[in-house]
Unconditional design. Structure first.
Lengths: 151, 853
């Protein structure tokens, strides 16, 4: 487990919860745009977008966590990350800031928490704690969270 | 072994090897078919020589020895000491095959060369047989062959001259036989040449000519000059008694071959043919050797991947260009009076031209003439003919037709399969053919041509045709169809059964074919390329295979359709027809929806459910828009909400993350920047699962089809009803933009562009002497086949398809009409009064006018 320090993270918001994504994984952050749904694909895949001529799949973090999609608004962003040499998008409700953590705690053992299995650790900041996302697991082929279909 | 193995030269070497082998194959075939021509032998010789040279450079010793041996055999042929016999050719073909194999193993990374001793000894035997047999009686002793051999001083001189930008050429002069003062002539030439530059060397040396009785009459001057070969030839022509002049450029590349001691080709023996050439056209004197870089277009070898990247970029430009145009259109609307808008329009217009030129140019760089593929077939056919004891003539047409490089590779296997089938099953043995009154030699015609954005390849043989009975039997035995289904199938559908795996009409499995897997592979290959394959066969007259594939794989024209709020693209190659369907034409057969269309029953696919999109508005609204898609031999109807139009799209993958999704073949980016999915025609058709299109039993139509009636399509023109037989109809389309045609007949309205094909449109109204009523929303163009041409006729309204019984037909009242030829008959029944048009006569471009008082 990294001991925190110099690594920088982007803090995103999903509903009331905040998540952090390592800045090394991130290619860019774009505003919400038209997403073309891909029929018959995995349930957490929202669809594909056109990123300057590239077709980029976009997943919904909500659906991945098994909660219902929050309606897109002016704050909504697509965080484009690099996963297995391909660009992928993940929708978040908002992107708040760039931060670094003094200390990172291992995640809670309990996997029943919402999206628990995608959490790599918990970073401590002055005003609380932020779950650090594991991009590999978030996009990974592993079974999506069991409740995701209800989204 | 050798440092070159992993070097970048290896690729170049292998490419060159391929070219030379192809050239050898072709030339040997010519040699076999039409005897030895000097030109062909020279070509073979050069190819073998090049192979020898490059294999030595690359360090392939065995290959070098083999090609050397081959070269010496060719040398003997060229010298006339060896006649071209069948056995000799077979050995040479085997050598070529061996080298081909070697090439493949090098490609696969195996650097060990195989044993060549067997081939070597056979070649040796051939060589010996030539020497021992007295061939040509030489009238006079042969002149020793000329050897050009630069000494170090000359070499240095030439190198510096080349470095300084001078041209260095070897000028071969052959003097007339009867010339008695050869030395003087040679001297004259020398003086003439010194006017143009410096003579670096001369073979043989002039002083020797005078004393040499055996002087062959050929002198080679090495000239360093700044002038072009034409100038020098012009100047030399002033000297009489020169039989031929022949210039070869010396460059840094071939300098070394001169250093080794290059033999001057023996022109002596073939003087006759050179003379013949000389008389009709002086210019023909210049024979250009391939070494000379004069007329060969300059080429650069480029990595295909790099081209691919560029093409992708062009694809993005196209998308942006389309987006720019939609924005431009919006802005022009908004700021009509702004002066910058005009500039914007100009720039956008220009950009559009440039981008489309760029696209076309990029596509062309990936295009290769299909010759690259067709070139392999004559040889294959020769072997097939020998193995099966048949006489086969392969005629190749349109080999200059260009298509995408990747396609050339992809289409090769299907073509080989079909050609083999045609040769092995299609064509009969010579005896059988003779007994049936056909020429002993079977003909297979391989033809390629462009048709819109597609390439059409046909393979036609004049053999026995496909035995439908046998196909039926096989299909039944394999359990693909039931006897009932068979009974309902048309001839055509039965023939198409041959594409099912395991169906073969061959009596026995041979080395060539007959296992029944061939056609199966052919079909899957063509489908992979988004292509369509069709068979036409006539017993004892032959079989024609028609393959249509898109020109390129990366950018395609597609039909955009709307389903709910989403847009989907259907490759235009697969779109057969678009029509509107009423709900009552939808039937349910075995739990599946099918629809009736032109007497065919086609499976109906409602994409909304499959693609999880909501239908807009009332799901039961009429009429439904239906797009018939086709792939290879199958047809399926798709229900869509709306057709938007056709557009060039760049095929993009959905990426490995999303992976394969049913019904989708990929995605593309539309003008508005949104992503649209490309429908996977192959998947949809496979799922729809109908491999044959059952004809409706006649009774279910509620009309008794007796032999005395025929189906007609009726339409109205100026309020009158007309009809033409439905068998002549191809399609009914709404009126698109009609492009005027200069100097067309008065009855031709212009041309229309239908999916990339041009059709002339005739104005029936004016042809029939009726007033012009203009276009309305119900106006349609009927595409029909008239005397072999596909043309369009403009009509006011298409009414319906109906059976017109012959009993109600009456001949046109000739005495009342200005031109009774236009009407075939008049149909009269109850309230109906329909004119039956004779389209052939009506649209005859030079109609005969019959004056009736």
């Amino acid at each position: 487990m990294p001991a925190g320090g110099s690594e920088q993270y982007i803090v995103s918001r999903l509903g009331s919860e905040r998540h952090a994504i390592n800045i090394r994984d991130i290619e860019e952050i774009i505003k919400m745009q038209h997403i073309t749904a891909v029929p018959n694909s995995k349930p957490f895949i929202r669809g594909v977008i056109n990123l300057r001529g590239r077709i980029v799949p976009v997943i919904s973090m909500c659906r991945r966590f098994g909660i219902s999609d929050t309606p897109a608004d002016a704050q909504s962003r697509i965080v484009v990350v690099r996963y297995r040499q391909e660009a992928m998008g993940v929708i978040v409700d908002a992107v708040e800031k760039v931060t670094s953590f003094e200390e990172i705690e291992p995640p809670l053992e309990d996997h029943d928490t919402v999206g628990g299995k995608y959490i790599e650790g918990i970073g401590q900041v002055t005003d609380g704690m932020i779950s650090i996302l594991n991009i590999q697991r978030l996009f990974g082929d592993g079974e999506s969270y069991e409740g995701c279909d209800k989204g | 072994m050798n440092d070159f193995y992993n070097s970048e030269y290896l690729g170049v070497f292998l490419d060159e090897m391929d070219e030379q082998l192809q050239c050898l194959d072709e030339s040997l075939l010519i040699l076999e078919n039409s005897g030895s021509h000097l030109e062909t032998i020279q070509k073979i010789f050069r190819a073998a020589h090049t192979l020898k040279g490059s294999s030595a450079v690359m360090g392939f010793k065995q290959l070098n020895r083999l090609t050397h041996q081959m070269e010496s055999v060719f040398e003997l042929i060229r010298g006339g000491q060896l006649s071209v016999a069948n056995e000799l050719l077979n050995i040479l073909f085997e050598c070529i095959d061996f080298i081909k194999q070697l090439r493949c193993s090098i490609l696969a990374g195996v650097m060990e060369e195989e044993d060549i001793s067997a081939l070597m000894s056979r070649l040796e035997a051939i060589k010996n047989s030539a020497v021992s047999s007295p061939v040509e009686q030489e009238v006079k002793p042969q002149a020793p062959a000329l050897h050009i051999l630069f000494n170090s001083i000359q070499k240095e001189k030439i190198e510096t001259a080349l470095a300084d930008g001078y041209e260095v050429m070897a000028i071969h002069i052959h003097m007339a036989e009867e010339e008695s003062m050869k030395y003087v002539r040679a001297k004259l030439v020398e003086i003439n040449l010194t006017e143009h530059g410096e003579i670096a060397a001369c073979y043989p040396e002039l002083e020797l000519i005078e004393q040499d009785d055996l002087f062959s009459g050929t002198v080679v001057y090495i000239l360093i000059t700044r002038q072009g070969q034409q100038d020098i030839i012009q100047s030399l022509k002033q000297i009489s008694q020169l039989d031929s002049i022949h210039i070869e450029y010396i460059t840094n590349l071939n300098l070394d071959t001169f250093l080794e001691g290059k033999e001057v080709p023996g022109i002596e023996k073939n003087k006759g043919s050179i003379r013949e050439l000389r008389e009709p056209a002086k210019a023909k004197e210049i024979t250009v050797l391939p070494e000379s870089k004069v007329q060969v277009p300059q080429t650069v070898r480029v990595d295909v991947e790099r081209l691919e990247e560029l093409l992708n970029l062009v694809g993005e430009l196209i998308i942006d260009n389309t987006r720019l145009h939609s924005i431009r259109a919006r802005l022009s609307e908004q700021f009509k009076n702004h002066s910058d808008i005009n500039d914007l329009n100009d720039i956008a217009g220009h950009l559009n031209t440039v981008v489309s030129d760029l696209q076309e140019g990029m596509m062309k760089t990936r295009m290769l003439p299909i010759e690259h593929l067709f070139g392999r077939f004559p040889r294959m056919m020769r072997d097939l003919a020998q193995k099966s004891n048949k006489e086969i003539e392969l005629r190749i047409e349109g080999k200059e037709t260009e298509l995408d490089r990747t396609l050339i590779e992809e289409i090769s296997d299907p073509l080989i399969h079909i050609l083999r089938n045609s040769a092995d099953h299609g064509l009969e043995l010579p005896e059988e053919r003779a007994a049936m009154g056909k020429p002993r030699k079977g003909t297979i015609v391989l033809r390629a041509s462009h048709q819109g954005n597609m390439i059409v390849i046909t393979i036609a043989d004049d053999g026995r045709g496909i035995d439908v009975e046998k196909v039926k039997e096989m299909a039944l035995r394999k359990g693909y169809v039931t006897a009932d289904e068979l009974a309902q199938m048309t001839e055509k559908e039965l023939v198409l059964l041959i594409f099912r795996s395991g169906i073969s009409t061959a009596q026995k499995v041979t080395d060539l074919s007959g296992r029944g897997v061939g056609m199966d592979i052919v079909k899957s290959h063509i489908e992979k390329l988004n292509g369509v394959i069709d068979i036409e066969t006539t017993p004892n007259e032959g079989t024609v295979f028609t393959i249509k594939v898109p020109l390129t794989l990366a950018i395609i024209r597609s039909l955009l359709v709307k389903l709910g709020t989403s847009t989907f693209a259907v490759p235009l190659v697969n779109v057969i027809e678009i029509f509107r369907l009423r709900n009552e034409d939808i039937l349910t057969v075995q739990g599946r929806e099918v629809c009736k269309f032109r007497n065919q029953v086609l499976p109906l696919v409602r994409l909304h459910r499959k693609l999880q999109v909501q239908t807009e508005g009332d799901p039961d609204k009429e009429p439904l828009y239906v797009v018939i898609i086709g792939l290879a031999d199958k047809r399926v109807c798709l229900v869509v909400d709306q057709t938007i139009g056709n557009q060039e799209i760049v095929i993009k993958s959905l990426g490995s993350y999303i992976g394969n999704v049913p019904y989708l073949a990929g995605a593309t980016i539309l003008g508005d920047g949104h992503v649209a999915h490309i429908l996977d025609v192959r998947y949809i058709i496979r799922e729809a699962g109908s491999h044959y299109e059952a004809r409706l039993p006649a009774a279910s139509e509620g009309e008794t089809a007796d032999s005395q009636s025929e189906k007609y399509i009726t339409f109205s023109l100026s309020g009158m009803d007309f009809a033409v037989p439905i068998r002549k109809m191809k399609e009914i389309v709404p009126v698109p933009e009609i492009h005027l045609l200069a100097s067309a007949s008065v009855y031709v309205l212009g041309m229309i562009n239908l999916r990339g094909l041009l059709f002339p449109v005739y104005d029936l109204q004016s042809r029939l002497g009726m007033g012009d009523h203009g276009l309305s929303s119900s106006s349609r163009i009927l595409i029909c086949e008239v005397s072999g041409h596909e043309i369009g006729v403009l009509v006011d309204k298409v009414s319906k398809v109906c059976l017109l019984s012959r009993a109600h037909l009456e001949p046109a009242p000739e005495q009342l009409l200005q031109n009774s030829e236009l009407l075939e008959a008049i149909y009269k029944d109850n309230q109906q009064f329909i004119h039956l048009l004779n389209l052939e006569k009506t649209l005859n471009l030079e109609p005969k006018r019959k004056e009736v008082g």
